[in-house]
Design a protein around this ligand. Structure first.
Ligand SMILES: [Zn+2]
Length: 108
């Protein structure tokens, strides 16, 4: 499913709940689904299902902000890597992000 179609589907399905909940609580839901996704990577849950939930909650946040995610993705990654503007990326390999977030994935 294309991003635009997915975003419209989530808007049509949940915008009444998302609007009532507001941005802060919707972001909190998004983070809880990221946590569920990480648990699924560790063998506690369905990875595909949790990935779909993370995508849906991200799109809900974009709906509340009236941001077209398809357009944002195209602007950011349409030419490949946004830093070196290449496909594949030619940037130096980096093992970890600059901002530290410690996550352990047991099932690799
Ligand atoms: Zn790059």
């Amino acid at each position: 499913m294309e991003i635009t179609r997915f975003q419209k589907l989530i808007r049509d399905t949940y915008i009444h709940h998302d609007s009532r909940r507001g941005l802060d609580n919707t972001v909190e839901w998004f983070l809880s689904e990221v946590y569920e996704f990480i648990k699924a990577l560790n063998g506690e849950g369905d990875i595909e299902e949790e990935a779909a939930d993370v995508a849906a909650w991200l799109v809900s946040i974009m709906n509340l902000l009236n941001i077209d995610l398809d357009n944002a993705v195209r602007k950011r990654y349409g030419e490949g890597c946004p830093k070196c503007i290449s496909i594949p990326c030619r940037c130096d390999y980096r093992e970890t992000p600059d901002k530290k977030v410690r996550i352990e994935i047991r099932n690799q």
